[in-house]
Design a protein around this ligand. Structure first.
Ligand code: ADP
Length: 403
C-alpha cells in the first residue's frame, strides 16, 4: 500500500514538474519566435552593460559569439571595436549618449524611450557607416537583480527617406514659386511688344502720310521680331525645363561656322549702322590658321555665338567687335569681345540669370544668356564674361576637346 501511495505521489509530482517544463518550453518558443520577427535588436543587459540574451545573431544571420560582450561590442560600435578593452573603455565612451541614458535609467530606475542616436558602426567589410537608431530601455528585475531590456531600432533608411522627401518637397515648392514668377515675367514681356504691334497697326489704318506709315510699319516689324525672339526663347526654356532640348551632333569646321556668322552679322551691323545706332563698328574674326573640326551641334553653337554677337552690337556704339576661338590644352576657347558700354563688376555674374537686364530701356528679354549657359553646360564646357565699364566686354565659353 505504502509503495503504491509513494509511487502515486511521485508520479503526480513528476507530472506537475513536466507540466511546468512544458509551459517553460512553450514560453521560450514563443519569446524566441517573437524575437526573431521583430524589426529591432532586443538586448537583455545587466547593470554593467553586459549582454545576457539577444536576438542580434538571429536578425543579422551571424554565428553567436559566446565571449562576453557589452552593448557597444555587440552593436559593432567603432569606438568599442577600436579600443582594446571594448565598450566603455574608449576615450569617447563617457560622451556616448546611449551609455549615458542607460546609466541614468539604471540609477534612477526610470525607463527611457525613443532616444534618437547616431551610431558609428563597423560593417562586415570593415568600413565605418553612420547608423541612425531609436533606442528604448526598460528596467527588468530578475531574482532581485536589476537588468535592462534594450530595443535598438535601426531607422537609417527611414531617416534617409524622410530627408529625401523633405528635399523633394522644398524643390517642388521652389520650382512652383519660380514657375509663377516666370509666368508673371512672361506675361509682362509678351504684353509690351504685343501692345506696340496692335497699337501701331491701329494707327497705321488711318494714317495717310507715307513717311509716318513707314515709321509705324518699322515699329511693328521690330516689335514682331522681339516677340518672335521671346517665343523662341520661351520654347527653349520650356524644353530645358522638360529636359528635351535636342542636340544633333556632327563634325563641323569651326572656321566655316565663324565665317558664316561673320557674314550674317556684318549685314546686321550695316543695317543698324544705317539706322544710326552703331556708328562706326567693325566686326573682326580672329581664327587660327589651320581649320579645326569638332563634333558638336552646329545650331546650338551658332545660337550661343549669335546671342553674344546680338548683345555686342546692341551695346557697342563705336570701335570693334571681335569673334574667334583659340585651341587650348584641354578645351577650345570661344569668344566675342566688344568695345561697348561694359558691365559693372558686381553685375557680371548676374547677367546669366533669367530675366536679368542691366538697362531695361534697351531692347531684350534677359533670357538669352541663361539659355547660352544651359547649352554650354550641355556641351560640358564653361561660360563667363569679363568687362570694364566704358571700355567693353568679352563673353567667352569653352568646349572640352575630345582626344
Ligand atoms: P537680353 O540681351 O535679351 O536682355 P541676355 O540674357 O542676352 O538678354 O543679356 C542679359 C543682360 O546682360 C543684357 O540685358 C545686358 O544688360 C547685359 N549684357 C549682355 N551682353 C552685354 C554686352 N556685350 N555689353 C553690355 N551688357 C551686356
Amino acid at each position: 500500500m505504502g509503495y503504491f501511495f509513494e509511487r502515486k505521489e511521485r508520479l503526480s509530482v513528476n507530472k506537475a514538474l513536466g507540466n511546468e517544463t512544458n509551459e517553460l518550453n512553450k514560453a521560450n518558443l514563443i519569446s524566441d519566435a517573437i524575437l526573431s520577427n521583430v524589426h529591432a535588436y532586443v538586448l537583455l543587459i545587466d547593470k554593467n552593460f553586459k549582454v545576457l540574451k539577444t536576438n542580434y545573431y538571429q536578425l543579422t544571420n551571424t554565428i553567436k559569439d559566446l565571449s562576453d560582450k557589452k552593448v557597444g561590442d555587440l552593436l559593432q560600435c567603432s569606438n568599442a571595436l577600436s579600443s582594446i578593452g571594448g565598450c566603455g573603455t574608449h576615450g569617447l565612451c563617457s560622451k556616448c549618449p546611449v551609455r549615458n541614458n542607460i546609466q541614468k535609467a539604471l540609477d534612477s530606475h526610470i525607463n527611457f524611450q525613443n532616444l534618437s542616436a547616431t551610431l558609428h558602426v563597423v560593417t562586415s567589410d570593415h568600413t565605418i557607416v553612420e547608423c541612425d537608431a531609436l533606442i528604448s530601455g526598460s528596467i527588468l528585475m530578475l531574482d532581485d537583480v536589476e537588468n535592462m531590456v534594450l530595443t535598438v531600432h535601426d531607422v537609417t533608411a527611414l531617416k534617409k527617406a524622410n530627408r529625401e522627401l523633405i528635399a523633394a518637397k522644398i524643390k517642388a515648392e521652389n520650382s512652383d514659386r519660380s514657375k509663377s514668377a516666370f509666368l508673371a515675367n512672361m506675361s509682362h514681356e509678351i504684353r509690351t511688344p504685343l501692345n506696340a504691334i496692335t497699337g501701331f497697326a491701329d494707327v497705321l489704318t488711318y494714317t495717310e502720310n507715307s513717311e509716318e506709315k513707314k515709321e509705324y510699319a518699322d515699329i511693328i516689324k521690330s516689335n514682331s521680331n522681339m516677340l518672335l525672339q521671346l517665343v523662341n526663347d520661351i520654347l527653349d526654356i520650356s524644353k530645358i525645363e522638360a529636359g528635351t532640348l535636342e542636340f544633333n551632333y556632327a563634325d563641323i569646321d569651326i572656321n566655316i561656322l565663324i565665317n558664316d556668322l561673320y557674314r550674317l552679322f556684318s549685314m546686321k551691323l550695316n543695317d543698324s549702322h544705317i539706322e544710326g545706332t552703331n556708328g562706326d563698328v567693325k566686326l573682326i574674326t580672329i581664327l587660327p590658321n589651320d581649320k579645326y573640326i569638332i563634333n558638336t551641334d552646329r545650331n546650338r553653337l551658332s545660337q550661343v555665338f549669335s546671342n553674344f554677337l546680338t548683345n555686342a552690337i546692341k551695346f557697342t556704339k563705336e570701335g570693334e567687335i571681335k569673334i574667334g576661338y583659340e585651341i587650348r590644352n584641354d578645351d577650345i576657347y570661344f569668344f566675342v569681345s566688344d568695345t561697348g558700354s561694359g558691365i559693372p563688376e558686381e553685375k557680371v555674374n548676374k547677367i546669366f540669370d533669367r530675366f536679368y537686364r542691366i538697362d531695361k530701356s534697351k531692347e531684350g528679354n534677359g533670357l538669352g544668356l541663361s539659355i547660352c549657359k544651359t547649352i554650354v553646360n550641355k556641351f560640358g564646357g564653361k561660360i563667363g564674361a569679363k568687362s570694364v565699364v566704358g571700355q567693353g566686354s568679352t563673353f567667352w565659353f569653352t568646349i572640352p576637346r575630345k582626344f
